[in-house]
Design a protein around this ligand. Structure first.
Ligand code: GLV
Ligand code: MN
Ligand code: MN
Length: 420
């Protein structure tokens, strides 16, 4: 069954949410979005989307980690079909990452209402807290708490760089809700998302049928040396934390080049913060982050072990202390085959070209996959699929294709009978 969505309304909703937290990115000459989790801008985005949910006649609940769920009742008291994603962003985002899934879910329920359809099962549209992990260091935080991977108290205690913690910041923006964080298992979970990479667009595909998400490992590495005068301190007397950080960064490149971890391995040192960070002072400390990705869990474990051994080696050789802690870690997650098949069939029925794809990015769907059959619909991106960047862009047609497939599959699943 095909659900007729309103592509213009979907595009207008993306545009309206994209204006909240926006900033002018002079380098890219475009508007960017900064709705870092639990900031005032995130609060404003949340209030905006909750308003849209209520206006669509949905019953909204906020749980104790700030996840928001909006429910449309069905004809029978059965488990709902849930559609979700996130509306928090990295500080240098575009308008689509996460928002397409949430506003796409909203578009599905609006379209059901327009068509006068009441599905057998309820439909829940939701968004999760701190999916990006950019502020408090752990990605998929809200969905990981909701599905039992991360205890609520541990999540509450996570702090940002200024020492502000999750609980306090939730309270500040008015999203420390009262609902139990343990999300009742839905019948199925669906998420529509931009690919955030070049593959689908380059292959001329309209839809990516996501087979799963690769493993992710994040480290925060604190390198402590000795800060000293840049002009007077002989090179052999230095304990330069900056040089140690640079060597670790280059080691990531060397690890990829070695081929030992498979061709799909990715490694990034995204943050390198020196202290005191001044022109004429040998850096006494660097706090850096490492992001490793690999679809092969065994290869990921090999990479982690080798990197940790290198931390020790570089510490010895540069006479610095290298301390590290794991800030996020997820294994690879396969999505339910029956959900993938439905997505592929729905795309074919609409004459859309589709291909299977492994997600390079982390998503709330991988957490939901722990408690119910889950699946994702990817749409291609322009500009080589650039993402986590203001130049992130998918066309109105690409977005509408993804949400149409999302709607068709949601409708099919929501009509499914069953004991619960
Ligand atoms: C989430 O956007 C990630 O870093 O994969
Ligand atoms: Mn996302
Ligand atoms: Mn993201």
């Amino acid at each position: 069954m095909k659900l007729a969505i309103d592509a213009d309304r979907l595009w207008a909703s993306l545009d309206a949410l994209g204006r909240i937290g926006r900033y002018r990115d002079e380098a890219a000459e475009v508007w960017g979005v900064n709705r870092l989790a639990l900031t005032e801008a995130d609060g404003e985005g949340r209030r905006h989307v909750v308003g849209l949910m209520k206006a669509a006649g949905l019953e909204v609940t906020v749980d104790r980690i700030g996840n928001v769920r909006a429910r449309r009742e069905g004809r029978e008291k059965l488990r709902p079909v849930m559609i979700g994603s996130h509306i928090d962003s990295v500080p240098t985002a575009g308008r689509f990452d996460g928002c397409l899934g949430v506003l796409g879910g909203l578009e599905v329920v609006r379209s059901l209402a327009d068509a006068g359809i009441v599905t057998r099962r309820p439909i829940v549209v939701g968004f999760f807290t701190e999916e990006e992990g950019c502020r408090f260091g752990t990605d998929m935080l809200g969905s990981a708490v909701a599905t039992g991977r991360i205890p609520l108290e541990r999540a509450y205690g996570l702090a940002d760089r200024d020492g502000l913690n999750v609980r306090g910041e939730l309270e500040k923006i008015g999203f420390l809700g009262g609902a139990d964080v343990a999300i009742p298992a839905p019948h199925a979970y669906l998420e529509c998302h931009i690919e955030q990479g070049p593959t689908l667009r380059a292959a001329g595909q309209d839809i990516g049928v996501v087979s799963g998400v690769q493993a992710i490992s994040w480290h925060e590495v604190t390198i402590t040396g000795k800060s000293a005068h840049a002009g007077t301190t002989p090179m052999e007397l230095r304990a330069d934390a900056g040089v140690a950080a640079a060597r670790i960064n280059l080691q990531l490149r060397a690890m990829i080049a070695s081929g030992r971890y498979g061709a799909a391995m990715r490694a990034t040192m995204g943050a390198i913060v020196p202290r005191p960070g001044l022109v004429n002072i040998v850096p006494g400390q660097v706090v850096a982050t490492v992001d490793l990705r690999n679809p092969d869990d065994a290869a990921m474990r090999r990479a982690e072990a080798d990197l940790i051994a290198f931390y020790e080696q570089v510490g010895r050789e540069e006479r610095v202390k290298v301390a590290w802690r794991q800030t996020a870690r997820t294994e690879s997650v396969p999505f339910a085959a029956p959900v993938q098949e439905r997505i592929a069939r729905a795309a074919s029925a609409r004459g859309l070209r589709h291909a299977p794809i492994v997600s390079g990015a982390g998503h709330d769907a991988q957490e939901m996959a722990r408690i119910c059959p889950a699946g994702m619909v990817f749409v291609p991106g322009e500009n080589d699929g650039i993402s986590h960047n203001p130049r992130e862009y998918s066309t109105p047609e690409q977005c509408a294709n993804g949400v149409s497939v999302l709607g068709d599959v949601a409708l099919e699943l929501a009509e499914e009978a069953g004991a619960e």
